[in-house]
Ligand binder design. Structure first.
Ligand code: ATP
Ligand code: MG
Length: 246
């Protein structure tokens, strides 16, 4: 079962600089949301706050049944982090572990699940991402697209209530991007809550239920892809689109 995410008046500062400025946003369970916006706008910071990888200074974040403020509680942050998978542009696989070990490590060590069971699930996940034949390979033997699909399988092995993806296709060649985007589409069909920081405007238009645009730490657009991308309300968004679409 997927979880919803609600941010209420979330503010995040680094020193004197306000990085997230009073952000309120609701992502219902099972929704796919694309987060777009210019570099430095706060996209990564926002999803890292949701997952407890960044602290924040004011406001509240609710993820499924859990609710945290700036000071925690710590135990709740840990539970959120274990319930929501996070996937990064640079994969962050464990280089000294095989593909299978990459996937089974956290469920066995963190969740204390039975190794035989976890390995069985890992093999099913490898099949799902089209890499059943690479279980014994090491990350260095894989292409970028393959690595990213392993990172997705690793996140799924924790039976997450949703995934937070930070530009996970940005370092991939165009034809390889498709492999990864297809896996995301498949997860969307399954009803997984997906938060995708992305520069793939075409993918956002086709797959996202909603597009949220962050600029200078504020949400400047939030709506269905067609209205945000074809009929933006703000001049900033029109300028951004012109810049990325050429
Ligand atoms: N650890 C940090 N210490 C200080 N400032 C930071 C830190 N991490 C991020 N920032 C600043 O916060 C702002 C938002 O950064 P963030 O990484 O969230 O942007 P982004 O929208 O993800 O950009 P990009 O599209 O380039 O990935 C930037 O101005 C950045 O310099
Ligand atoms: Mg970023």
């Amino acid at each position: 079962m997927s979880w919803s995410i609600t941010l209420t008046n979330v503010t995040k500062k680094y020193g004197e600089r306000t990085i997230l400025d009073d952000i309120s946003l609701t992502i219902p369970a099972g929704e796919t949301v694309a987060i777009l916006g210019p570099s430095g706008g706060g996209k990564s910071t926002l999803i890292r706050c949701v997952n407890g990888l960044n602290t924040f200074d004011a406001g509240e974040i609710e993820v499924g049944p859990h609710r945290v403020g700036p000071t925690g509680p710590k135990g709740v942050i840990t539970r959120i982090r274990q319930s929501f998978g996070m996937i990064f542009q640079d994969f962050q696989l464990f280089p000294h572990f095989s593909v299978l070990e990459n996937i089974t490590e956290a469920p066995i060590r963190v969740l204390g699940e039975r190794p035989a069971l976890v390995r069985e699930r890992a093999m099913l996940l490898l099949k799902r991402v089209g890499l059943a034949d690479r279980a014994t390979a090491y990350p260095r033997e894989l292409s970028g697209g393959q690595k990213q699909r392993i990172a997705i399988a690793r996140a799924l092995a924790m039976n997450p209530r949703g995934l937070l993806c930070d530009e996970i296709t940005s370092s991939l060649d165009p034809e390889i991007k498709t492999e990864v985007l297809n896996v995301l589409e498949d997860l969307k069909r399954d009803g997984m809550t997906l938060v995708l920081v992305t520069h793939e405007i075409g993918f956002a238009r086709r797959v996202a239920d909603r597009v949220v645009v962050l600029c200078d730490g504020r949400i400047i657009e939030n709506g269905p892809p067609a209205s945000v991308l074809d009929n933006p309300q703000s001049e900033r968004m029109a300028a951004f689109l012109k810049c990325v679409m050429g």
